[in-house]
Design a protein around this ligand. Structure first.
Ligand code: NAP
Length: 270
């Protein structure tokens, strides 16, 4: 997989095995689909079979080689078993995408310790546990690619999302630190920071606790507040992950790539 081989040629990731956490829904499914289209064998992992099985069927129908793993990334032992299972089934593991996350609107003053833990442990601890679990395997294989899925809300702060913004700020720090620690093992560690993408998950997360608020995912809002004038799609993120996982990403590590149509920079300005 060298830069000289060109980027985005058909079968660019042929022979590679990718693991996408949270790969059964939303952005994770879009990432799994882009990696599979680029030729990778893909394992999708999350807690609920009702998310994984229909997603795997959809990917297979499009010609992908896919397996599923039921796991909870909040538990380090479960993350280790997930990696063992994928390596056992497919013989190797080249690409890890830490996409699994939880989120919901909640005022900080009354955020319960359990709610705080649920989000921080999924987004931040989970990303660390999964990265740590793949490290020995990638090192033994002579290299690998890790991509974290971050966000941009912590760049300026975002009321009612203290847990998620704190966790993703930690994910950014982890990205840079692991990039430096593991570069000598030819393991790259980068992050993609998506802007607003109206997945089912984010629609639920952005419903304020008092309910009854209008759906913010209206096209008029996108036309007004997103400089590139549309909502993002899971494929927008998936293509960037494929870029970082492919030959073009060979000499990129510690980068946090914002894929958001210019949203955070504009900060709601038309
Ligand atoms: P989503 O569909 O709700 O995705 C979250 C995924 O994580 C689900 O598939 C869920 O599956 C899995 N998950 C949650 N807790 C888990 C756990 N403990 N162990 C294993 N898997 C777990 O939401 P999304 O919008 O696609 O978000 C995907 C990623 O993009 C997240 O990292 C999110 O922070 C980031 N992001 C999204 C947006 C956006 O606008 N959509 C913007 C910025 C960043 P199970 O329920 O089956 O476990």
């Amino acid at each position: 997989m060298t830069a000289a081989g060109g980027i985005f040629r058909p079968g660019m990731l042929a022979g590679r095995v990718a693991l996408v956490t949270g790969g059964g829904t939303g952005i994770g499914l879009g990432i799994a689909s882009c990696l599979a289209e680029a030729g990778a064998t893909v394992a999708i992992a999350s807690r609920k079979l009702e998310h994984l099985e229909p997603a795997a069927a959809e990917l297979r129908a499009a010609g992908a080689r896919v397996s599923t793993v039921q796991t909870n990334v909040r538990e380090p032992e479960a993350a280790a078993r997930m990696v063992e299972q994928v390596a056992g089934e497919h013989g190797r593991l080249d690409i890890l995408v830490n996409n699994a996350a939880g989120n919901f609107y909640a005022p900080s003053a009354t955020l319960s310790p359990n709610a705080w833990r649920a989000v921080v442990e999924t987004d931040l601890y989970g990303s660390f546990y999964c990265a740590q679990a793949v490290y020995p395997l990638m090192k033994a294989q002579g290299g690998g690619r890790i991509v974290m899925i971050s966000m941009t809300l912590h760049y300026r702060g975002w009321p009612l999302m203290a847990h998620a913004t704190a966790a993703k700020a930690g994910v950014d720090a982890l990205t840079r630190t692991l990039a430096l620690e593991w570069a000598a093992d030819r393991i790259t560690v980068n992050a993609v920071a998506p802007g607003p993408i109206p997945t089912e998950g984010v629609r639920k997360a952005f419903t304020p606790p008092d309910g009854g608020a209008p759906d913010i995912f209206m096209d008029e809002y996108a036309a007004r507040a997103i400089p590139l004038r549309r909502w993002g799609t899971p494929a927008d993120v998936g293509q960037m992950v494929a870029f970082l996982a492919g030959p073009a990403g060979e000499w990129i590590t510690g980068a946090i790539v914002v894929v958001d149509g210019g949203s955070w920079l504009a900060c709601g300005r038309p």
